[in-house]
Design a protein. Structure first.
Length: 167
C-alpha cells in the first residue's frame, strides 16, 4: 500500500510539474509576461567595473524589473551570438545606457549596424566615474528620477502608442 501511495504521489507531483512547466517558456517568466516583454523597448547597458558603469547596469536592470523595457545582453551582441543579434536587429526601440564618455555599449551596437533611438551617456548628466567603487544610493535615486525614468517613460508611451494606432 505504501508503494502504491508513493507511486500515486510521484505521478501527482509529475503531473503538477508538467502543468506548471506548461505556463513557462524556460526563462522563468510566465508566457503572458514573455508576451509583455516582447512588446517593450529593449535596453542595453555597459557593465564595467567603475561606479558609473555599474550605475548604468543597475538602471537597465531596474527598467527591466519594472517592466518598462526588456534588458538584453550587450556582451552577446558584441560576441555575435545569433539569437541575441536577432533580438538587437528586431526593430524594437532601444535605450542604451553608458556610464562614461567611452560609450562602449553604444559602440558595440554601432559596430553591429544598430543605432539606438535613445542613447544615454550618464557622464553627460553629472555622473562621475570612480574606479573600484559602487554607485551611491543618492546617485541611483538622482539618475533614476531625473534621467532614466523620464526618458524611458516617454519612449515607452510613444512605442506603445504606435502599437495601438486607435488610441
Amino acid at each position: 500500500m505504501d508503494s502504491k501511495n508513493s507511486k500515486n504521489s510521484r505521478e501527482s507531483e509529475s503531473s503538477r510539474a508538467a502543468d506548471t512547466s506548461a505556463d513557462f517558456t524556460g526563462t522563468g517568466r510566465p508566457k503572458s509576461r514573455e508576451h509583455l516583454y516582447a512588446k517593450l523597448p529593449l535596453v542595453y547597458s555597459c557593465s564595467g567595473c567603475s561606479s558609473a558603469a555599474q550605475l548604468a547596469n543597475e538602471m537597465a536592470l531596474r527598467l527591466d524589473h519594472e517592466e518598462m523595457a526588456e534588458m538584453s545582453c550587450i556582451a552577446g551582441v558584441g560576441a555575435g551570438v545569433p539569437s541575441l543579434l536577432r533580438t538587437a536587429h528586431s526593430g524594437r526601440p532601444m535605450i542604451v545606457l553608458d556610464g562614461c564618455a567611452l560609450q562602449c555599449a553604444r559602440l558595440t551596437l554601432k559596430n553591429r549596424g544598430i543605432n539606438p533611438i535613445l542613447p544615454i551617456d550618464l557622464s553627460r548628466h553629472g555622473v562621475r566615474k570612480r574606479l573600484h567603487e559602487r554607485p551611491t544610493a543618492e546617485e541611483k535615486r538622482r539618475v533614476w528620477d531625473s534621467v532614466v525614468y523620464p526618458a524611458a517613460a516617454e519612449l515607452l508611451l510613444l512605442h506603445l502608442g504606435s502599437q495601438n494606432p486607435d488610441r
